[in-house]
Design a protein around this ligand. Sequence first.
Ligand SMILES: NC(=O)c1ccc[n+]([C@@H]2O[C@H](COP(=O)([O-])OP(=O)(O)OC[C@H]3O[C@@H](n4cnc5c(N)ncnc54)[C@H](O)[C@@H]3O)[C@@H](O)[C@H]2O)c1
Length: 341
Amino acid sequence: MPDPGAGARPPAALSMGAGFEDYVLSPAARRELETLVDLVAPAAVDLHTLDDDTLARVEIVIGSWGCNGLDAELLARMPKLRHLAYAAGTVKATVTPATWEHGVVVSSAASANAIPVAEFTFAAIVMIAKDVFRVRDRYREVRGAEPAFGVGPAGVIGTVGLRVGIIGASMVGRLTIERLRSLDVELAVSDPYLDDEGAAALGVTRMELDDLFAWADVVSVHAPQLPETRHLVDARRLALMRDGAWLVNTARGSIVDTDALTQECVSGRLCACIDTPDPEPLPPESPLYDLPTVVLTPHIAGSLGREATRLGDVAVAEVRRFLAGEPLRHEVRAADLERIA
Ligand SMILES: NC(=O)c1ccc[n+]([C@@H]2O[C@H](COP(=O)([O-])OP(=O)(O)OC[C@H]3O[C@@H](n4cnc5c(N)ncnc54)[C@H](O)[C@@H]3O)[C@@H](O)[C@H]2O)c1
């Protein structure tokens, strides 16, 4: 039976890796999406493979990881495209200057992707404060006996009075601060876009970057990857950190000079929790895989498993607002790109 509403709904396409539509769209989100738009294909599709007539009708693209790049060549075949609702974090691999020139309104689910990263960082800092990773290793070695706990600055110190330095009051940085405020830690933030008023609203102290490195027991990186943040954490700044301090990087590998960090961790002077190394993945011979001073994970802080459905929820809600003529909550403008992840 023909669907009476289909003609009234704007044609839309799912552009993402094969099968990702079932990953980011919960059954409820898909049902809602199908009340809002008329999907030209039920599953994710490579837009380049659609015939000209179908592609020319598409008004909305729901994108996610693996989305086609919206460059001038593809957009020339999509005269009616007006909204990209991106169901993942950064849109930088998808949008081009032509996207906005074409009049496409772009929204992203980076705010939802920030939630698990902040949870991961919070958990990592709690575990670091109890030196859990090295205690686990020592317990294995002495099995059957009580392992000796370290005390003092390089050993187990707990979260009370722990000095946590946050680089970047980004979405992840802010959610991390919010969660850390439930602990008795001291918090400082470095961010060139944050003024004293903004820091006070967050309940944190603003600090110059060098001072933050010298002050903190744990430095956690939450800045975006930008030309000016490349190797923001370099050998000189790492040298400012106290012996036994931890660097947490759940942001992007390029922000940290990996060689300099590796040297500090090989010597045992510093420790690191690295979710996003540079390069990704690290070469097999990297000492960072095996060092007792390092916790290395393969970019798992962001949305995984059921967490991914939050991304679809944000994208569908943005499509709903867009079609209702309401302001979007997560719009990304061309000018934002020089400041955001
Ligand atoms: N590990 C993962 O799976 C994962 C998942 C999501 C995001 N990330 C990463 O986490 C980081 C934060 O992501 P986001 O979406 O919260 O970022 P965001 O887009 O909110 O970051 C933008 C903000 O960063 C701050 N900033 C800009 N330049 C800065 C600088 N030079 N120094 C310090 N702060 C600066 C500003 O406050 C700016 O508004 C990014 O590097 C992102 O790629 C990682």
